[in-house]
Design a protein around this ligand. Structure first.
Ligand SMILES: [Zn+2]
Ligand SMILES: [Zn+2]
Length: 143
């Protein structure tokens, strides 16, 4: 269950959010299905300066990203961190290097596969087959 602040871990006695960064949520309120926590996640991500920290935040707080292909993960990162909605040369120059995002994610997955690795068996298999080709495709198409 996710709170309206975007985090899952709250002190059930006091309601205070246990998110290790700065979250000022003092009362757990369950997220309703028509609400989005993306704007909140964008604000928390601004607290971090390092790519590793941002990648870790995304994997920790948006668990479905563990099963994303690199291409999708990179685009989600750009969307959350850079507010990407159009692609042109000027925008592309400002974006975080996709290779850096991929490397940071890879390092987290290798270090703690149970926490950051894919949750579905078929994805693990598919990943080996497709990861390189997909990534190559993004690099060629957009960069
Ligand atoms: Zn909260
Ligand atoms: Zn919170």
């Amino acid at each position: 269950m996710v709170c309206q602040c975007g985090h899952q871990d709250h002190d059930w006695e006091t309601g205070i959010c246990k998110f290790p960064g700065n979250c000022f949520c003092t009362e757990y309120k369950e997220l309703k299905s028509n609400q989005s926590v993306i704007p909140q996640h964008r604000r928390y991500l601004e607290q971090y300066s390092k790519i590793e920290e941002k990648v870790k935040y995304i994997l920790d707080n948006i668990p479905e990203t563990r099963d994303m292909k690199n291409k999708d993960f990179v685009f989600l990162y750009w969307d959350l961190v850079h507010g990407l909605n159009i692609i042109n040369n000027e925008v592309i120059r400002k974006l975080t290097d996709p290779e850096s995002i991929r490397r940071c994610r890879q390092a987290l997955v290798e270090h703690e596969p149970d926490k950051y690795g894919p949750t579905k068996e078929e994805f693990v298999y598919e990943k080996h087959l497709k990861e390189n080709a997909t990534y190559q495709y993004v690099m060629e198409k957009y960069l």
